[in-house]
Design a protein around this ligand. Structure first.
Ligand code: TYM
Length: 334
């Protein structure tokens, strides 16, 4: 609890171009939940360097992402929107939690296995302990809820285990966080291969809709989306391409998959794909316009960065000091 409200924490990496999956699986839900909770939305730049980055490019992308959070409708006066690297408590708590996490647990993380396979020339220790930094992000703010897509579930489960282990030894130090998954959109798949999730790092750009894609590109990608030859408008796992498009359409319009099936029953896939394209464009257009406007306001964005870094440090240092005391670090002399 913070100021009488429950706490929400979530974050995104400033790596690659954000996709519709990031928006529907996370950002959109962040906006919906933001009134109800005391929220911390981090641009997790420290996570990004587990993969080699060009420094100037990372800085640029981090700022763009922070701007995008605001453009999506998160009020930076009410929500703490900040860079992870500006609050040193993340790294400090991560170190302590490293000492409460087992190698075996980290070895089981599927994202580590995937990323290690993809970046075989740079399997660094940071990539391995990445989920511990993520646990530190969440536990540092005593988060009650963490809205993410399905791909982060395993990391959330590990976070809960680490928190419970710590609490069992030292008493109730950490709030045990709950995961929040949206009803639809928690796993948006590639438009070209619906067995793979839509991803920033997909080599085939037609598989992903990027948040900054223009309307023509969005429409073209939707029309080319892989479906099936069954010509049977159903929401089921056996028709994964269609199911994914139904998810996208439903998440963009606020309808349920059942309503969408009723609406398009007996109509052709071609007509539906156009409707999906239009629904995506109408969700992304206001976001893009607001992003373009905000990007020009350097002084405003700078003021947000400064104020929110202070807030993040202030709130997180309370948990950090408590944890440091618990594990036996000497008190500071004032
Ligand atoms: P990242 O940057 O890969 O993704 C950001 C968010 O987008 C969601 N997401 C998706 N949702 C639905 N369909 C998809 N195809 C899709 N692709 C991505 C992700 O689930 C995520 O919610 N490790 C995290 C960032 C992080 C974090 C945290 C999140 C660091 N610390 C603490 C929550 C709490 C990551 O790399 O997300």
């Amino acid at each position: 609890m913070l100021d009488g409200k429950k706490v929400l924490f979530s974050g995104m990496q400033a790596t690659g171009n954000l996709t519709l999956g990031n928006y529907l699986g996370a950002l959109k839900n962040w906006v919906t939940l933001s009134d109800e909770y005391e929220c911390f939305y981090s641009v997790v730049d420290m996570h990004s360097i587990t993969i080699r980055q060009d420094p100037a490019e990372l800085r640029r992308r981090a700022r763009n992402l922070l701007t995008l959070y605001i453009a999506a409708g998160l009020d930076p006066e009410k929500n703490c929107i900040y860079y992870q690297s500006h609050a040193s408590g993340h790294a400090e708590l991560a170190w302590i939690l490293n000492c409460f996490t087992y190698m075996g647990e980290l070895n089981r993380m599927t994202q580590f296995k995937d990323k290690a396979a993809k970046h075989a020339d740079n399997i660094n220790a940071g990539l391995f302990t990445y989920p511990v930094l993520m646990a530190a992000d969440i536990l540092l703010y005593q988060a009650d809820v963490v809205p993410v897509g399905i791909d982060q579930m395993q990391h959330l489960e590990l976070t809960r285990n680490i928190a419970e282990r710590f609490n069992n030894i030292y008493g109730d130090v950490f709030t045990i966080p709950e995961v929040y998954l949206g009803k639809v959109g928690a796993k948006i798949m590639s438009l070209q291969d619906p067995s793979k999730k839509m991803s920033k790092s997909d080599e085939n750009p037609n598989g992903s809709i990027y948040l900054m894609d223009d309307p023509d590109t969005i429409m073209r990608k939707c029309k080319r989306a892989v479906t099936d030859s069954e010509a049977n408008f159903c929401y089921r796992d056996e028709q994964p391409g269609l199911k994914n498009l139904i998810d996208i359409y439903s998440a963009c319009t606020g309808k349920t998959p059942d309503d969408t099936v009723k609406e398009f029953q007996g109509r052709g896939y071609g007509e539906f794909k156009v409707a999906v394209g239009e629904a995506v464009v109408s969700v992304l257009r206001p976001l893009q316009e607001e992003y373009a406007r905000l990007s020009k306001d350097k002084a405003y964005i700078d003021s947000i960065i400064k104020a929110n870094a202070e807030k993040a440090n202030y709130v997180s240092s309370k948990t950090l000091r408590k944890v440091q005391r618990k594990v036996g670090f000497p008190d500071r002399i004032r």
